[in-house]
Design a protein around this ligand. Structure first.
Ligand code: SAM
Ligand code: DTB
Ligand code: SF4
Length: 345
């Protein structure tokens, strides 16, 4: 018996000319074939025993002017998130140091901002970036929209990666967010890429989008001039008070389809099993790793919602014989290396 998957050379070169139909055919293929193929591609480009461990910290929480329907930090929704102004540099560096001690190689600082403004708070964030860089961790930020000069300042301070998610397809985007456009998002990603910062961009499933929307988002990512170095796949965490509070949780098979398709079409990217792990069993997470995920967020909190925590993850790594990936492994897409230097303080 042969597989009824459309033929595709698993040892293929990187491609940026995927059609939406080709990606749809992969996404919709029989799930066991899909996992097998993704696992094969994964083993050609990555060590399957290695999983990148990233720690997230919300450095400025809540009170955001945007209307992202999924987000507990939008000021207009009545959620239990407490607004907190930008943290002090010292407390952020202490958190980064704890994250490093517990095995994280990447530290990602998130701010509930629409965009970065050239003010004292941005100067503080630049100091945080310098400090985390000096600890020998990959430092990442997710601060909203950036201009080209702000991206350059972050790069000069030692920023390794910038997270800015497309979240969903261009067609569905307007149903989820009205306060900025898909093109705004793509423009910031262009500034990040231009500054030579590693690009982290993915999305969320379980927001009421169709399978075609999921394929559409993957198509946009895989046809960027260069693939993102990291692709986070989040399952919606439905939070009380947000417009999406009553969304049904996605099944593991939907996560597996997204992860496996991302792995096949962007073979060199780190595919991150992101929000939603707290609801998953060891077996479900193992399926996601088999399907090509090779990165997670660690710690007992994401930005504002729960995450499994270090003890559970230590157990997970032991059970599955996986080990944390070291910092600064060349994660270039193969199309243009992200040149990175550790900057002495
Ligand atoms: N304000 C910045 C921005 O929107 O780019 C950075 C922080 S924002 C919270 C980062 C990402 O978190 C969002 O793009 C979204 O993908 C993810 N996110 C937020 N709330 C979520 C939720 N309830 N479930 C899953 N992912 C979520
Ligand atoms: C990403 O793709 N997922 C993370 C990170 N990038 C910033 C955020 C998940 C947030 C989940 C909801 C919360 O904890 O507030
Ligand atoms: Fe604000 Fe980011 Fe949340 Fe949107 S996702 S409301 S921009 S913090």
């Amino acid at each position: 018996m042969t597989s009824n998957l459309p033929t595709l050379d698993v040892a293929q070169e990187l491609r940026n000319d995927w059609t939406r139909d080709e990606i749809g055919a992969i996404y919709n293929s029989p799930v066991l074939d899909l996992i097998y193929r993704a696992a094969t591609v994964h083993r050609q480009h990555h060590d399957p025993q290695e999983v990148q461990v990233c720690t997230l910290l919300s450095v400025k929480t809540g009170g955001c002017p945007e209307d992202c329907a999924y987000c507990p930090q939008a000021a207009r929704y009545h959620t239990n998130v407490k607004v907190h102004k930008l943290l002090e540099v010292g407390e952020v560096l202490e958190a980064a140091s704890r994250a490093k001690a517990s095995g994280s190689s990447r530290f990602c600082m998130g701010a509930a901002w629409r965009e970065v403004r050239d003010n004292k708070d941005f100067d503080k964030v630049l100091d945080m970036v310098r400090g985390v860089n000096a600890m020998g961790m990959e430092v990442c930020c997710t601060l909203g929209m950036l201009t080209d000069s702000q991206a350059q300042k972050l790069k000069d301070a030692g920023l390794y990666a910038y997270n800015h998610n497309l979240d969903t397809s261009e067609e569905y985007y307007g149903d989820i967010i009205s306060t900025r456009t898909y093109d705004d998002r793509l423009e910031t990603l262009g500034h990040v890429r231009q500054a030579g910062i590693s690009v982290c961009s993915g999305g969320i499933i379980g927001m009421g989008e169709s399978h075609n929307d999921r394929v559409g988002m993957l198509h946009t990512l895989a046809t960027l001039p260069e693939h993102p170095e990291s692709v986070p796949v989040n399952a919606l965490v439905p939070v009380e008070g947000t417009p999406l509070e009553d969304q049904e949780r996605v099944s593991v098979w939907e996560m597996v389809r997204m992860i496996a398709t991302a792995r096949i079409i962007m073979p060199k990217a780190m595919v991150r099993l992101s929000a939603g792990r707290v609801r998953m069993s060891t077996e479900e997470q193992a399926l996601c790793f088999l399907a090509g995920a090779n990165s997670i967020f660690a710690g007992d909190k994401l930005l504002t919602t729960p995450n499994p925590g270090d003890d559970a993850d230590q157990q997970l790594f032991q059970t599955l014989n996986i080990r944390p990936r070291e910092a600064f492994k060349n994660e270039s897409t193969g199309q243009a290396a992200v040149k990175f230097e550790q900057i002495p303080l």
